[in-house]
Design a protein around this ligand. Structure first.
Ligand SMILES: C[S@@+](CC[C@H](N)C(=O)[O-])C[C@H]1O[C@@H](n2cnc3c(N)ncnc32)[C@H](O)[C@@H]1O
Length: 234
C-alpha cells in the first residue's frame, strides 16, 4: 500500500494491518491522544517540553526511535531508562497499538508517539535537541530500483545531524548487507558523525544495551544483524 502523507514525502509500506481488538481500539482512542506529539512548524519542537519541562521528575534526555514497529525496543528502553523521554514515530497503526499496550502495561510515562512519518517529526524538531536516536531494521527495499525508498538517504542524515546534540549517539541496525554498507558510506560522507567501532565485534555483536526487535527475530535479511553506532561530532 502506498500512502501519500506530505507534499515532500511518500510513505511506502503498510499503514494498517490486522483489525484491532476492542482494547487496542480503546487505547488508540484514549491513550494515543494523551501521548501524541502535536504537529507544529519546522524546527520548533523542544522534545523535553513534551514531558513536563521543569518538574524534577521529568526526563533529562530526549531520545528518538524511528520506525518502532511493534514498539518492543522503544518500550524496553523506556522501562530501563526513566531519565530519558523517548519519542517514537511509526505510521503502521497495528504497531502503534502494540506500543500503546506496552506503555499501558508497563506504566511508562516517558513515551511520546507520532503516528506518521518520522521525516516530518524530525523536520519539526529543534536544532541540537536529541541525545540519542535509533533506526532499527528499517524497511530494506533490497531491489535496486526501490533503493530510493530507503529511509537512510543523505538528506535525512543531514536532518538527523541537525537535530542531534554534539556527543549524541545514533544507532542504525540492519540485516541487509547492501543497506549496511551504503548507510555507513552515506553517514561518513556527511562528515558530522563518527563511527565508534574499533573492531569487527563492535558492529557484528548485539550491543549490550540493545533490546531485540520483532523484525530482527524474523531473520529476513541476507546477513547477520549489523549494528552501526555513531557519535555526533561537536
Ligand atoms: C522492517 S520494520 C522494522 C520495525 C522495528 N524497528 C523492528 O526492528 O522490529 C520497518 C518499520 O519502519 C516503519 N517505517 C517505514 N517508513 C517510515 C517512516 N518514513 N517513518 C517512520 N517509520 C517508518 C514501517 O512502518 C515499519 O514498521
Amino acid at each position: 500500500m502506498t500512502e501519500p502523507t506530505h507534499p515532500k514525502h511518500r510513505l511506502y509500506g503498510r499503514a494498517a494491518g490486522k483489525p484491532l481488538s476492542k482494547r487496542q481500539t480503546g487505547r488508540i482512542e484514549t491513550l494515543l491522544p494523551e501521548i501524541s506529539i502535536p504537529e507544529g512548524g519546522p524546527h520548533s519542537l523542544q522534545p523535553l517540553a513534551l514531558f513536563g519541562g521543569q518538574s524534577p521528575m521529568a526526563p533529562r534526555e530526549a531520545w528518538l526511535e524511528i520506525g518502532f514497529g511493534g514498539g518492543e525496543h522503544l518500550a524496553g528502553q523506556a522501562a530501563k531508562n526513566p531519565e530519558a523521554g523517548i519519542l517514537g514515530a511509526e505510521p503502521f497503526l497495528e504497531g502503534v497499538a502494540k506500543l500503546l499496550t506496552l506503555v499501558e502495561e508497563g506504566g511508562l510515562g516517558n513515551v511520546r508517539i507520532r503516528r506518521g512519518d518520522a521525516r516530518e517529526l524530525v523536520e519539526q524538531l529543534a536544532d541540537r535537541s536529541i541525545d540519542r536516536a535509533f533506526i532499527l531494521f528499517p524497511d530494506p527495499w533490497p531491489k535496486t530500483r526501490h533503493r530510493k525508498r530507503r529511509l537512510i538517504q543523505p538528506d535525512f542524515i543531514a536532518e538527523l545531524a541537525r537535530v542531534m546534540k554534539p556527543g549524541a549517539r545514533l544507532r542504525f541496525a540492519t540485516d541487509w548487507s547492501d543497506y549496511a554498507s551504503r548507510a555507513l558510506a552515506d553517514v561518513r560522507r556527511d562528515g558530522r558523525f563518527e563511527w565508534t567501532a574499533e573492531r569487527a565485534d563492535d558492529w557484528r555483536q548485539s550491543p549490550l544495551d540493545h533490546v531485540t526487535t520483532r523484525y530482527q527475530q524474523k531473520r529476513l535479511g541476507d546477513c547477520e544483524p549489523v549494528f552501526l553506532d555513531f557519535v555526533r561530532r561537536g
